[in-house]
Ligand binder design. Structure first.
Ligand code: NAD
Ligand code: ZN
Length: 260
């Protein structure tokens, strides 16, 4: 195993060029270069907000928590104005080159799709901030419209149709993951022959099971992450560098290999 940048990039590009099914798994770390803070790095979201306030139980039972959450989401703290960065662009490039099976993401920021990976090829384990959902009639509404009401002074927006409880359509702590996305993610992880982890501490379950499924099924693991993960010892290529420059270098090299 190597942690040299040039060698690692070259090894990773070789793996992609020779792969049949490349699956990319991403976490908050792929979006920090877009200006969205991750959760666990210094300066991350949990140094400003208390994670105990973001459980589904508290959202449903405590008015103070519901106000606080709508305030945070309404301000667009998680993704307002963020643009896809070089890492998202590189993954979209791999898709255009016909080298990518799918993306499995823990992120809710929609940046893979905005970079050009088709919606049906992005399995979102934790939902997406594009929508708010009514817990009573299950109708979904564009998040922007709801956020505008919050910014306009409504502390707890209700469902425009049935006046039921609106919730951002993202998975909160203690909440079930969307069944279909989870099933598809597991299926694609097991079928992968090359599996990339980018920008995740691999500590949030069940999302963190995906690279384990891939390993058990015999895939080669590549990890692009600034800090350590529990699977570093299992990686064929370990790239502890910034996702943007690393993925761009890898995609460039794959492109050159396929052309030459
Ligand atoms: P995490 O915050 O636990 O870990 C992020 C990892 O990315 C860290 O190991 C960090 O060292 C690394 N990292 C940070 N910047 C990097 C960069 N430029 N290049 C390479 N690596 C970098 O994130 P997680 O594992 O995704 O778990 C946090 C949970 O928070 C997820 O479940 C996710 O749903 C949610 N979340 C999502 C967003 C988003 O949608 N953008 C943002 C914050 C949190
Ligand atoms: Zn409703």
């Amino acid at each position: 195993m190597t942690t040299d940048f040039e060698q690692g990039v070259s090894r990773a590009a070789d793996l992609i060029a020779g792969s049949r099914r490349l699956v990319v798994f991403t976490g908050a770390g792929i979006s920090t270069e877009s200006g969205i803070p991750d959760f666990r790095s210094p300066g991350g979201i949990w140094t400003r907000f208390d994670p105990d306030d973001f459980t589904i139980d508290k959202f449903l039972t405590t008015e103070r928590t519901r106000k606080l959450q709508w305030q945070m989401f309404g301000e667009g703290l998680l993704s307002d104005g963020a643009e896809p960065n070089a890492a998202h662009a590189a993954i979209a490039e791999l898709w255009r080159l016909g080298r990518l099976d799918c993306v499995i993401t823990q992120n809710i920021d929609n940046l893979h799709q905005r970079a050009g990976v088709p919606d049906e090829r992005v399995f979102e384990l934790h939902g997406n901030m594009r929508w708010a959902v009514c817990l009573d009639c299950r109708k979904r509404f564009p998040f922007e419209e709801v956020a505008a009401r919050v910014l306009g002074g409504e502390e707890i927006p209700d469902c425009p149709d049935c006046h039921g409880t609106l919730k951002p359509d993202i998975v909160m702590f203690g909440e079930q993951l969307p069944v279909r996305a989870l099933d598809e993610a597991a299926r694609h992880s097991i079928a992968a022959d090359v599996f990339f982890v980018i920008g995740s501490t691999l500590t949030v379950y069940p999302a963190a099971l995906m690279p384990q499924y891939a390993l058990q099924a015999g895939a080669s693991l590549v990890i692009v992450n600034l800090s350590e993960t529990p699977l570093d010892g299992r990686a064929e290529v370990l790239l502890p560098f910034k996702a943007g420059e690393t993925m761009q270098a890898i995609a460039d090299m794959v492109k050159a290999k396929l052309a030459g």
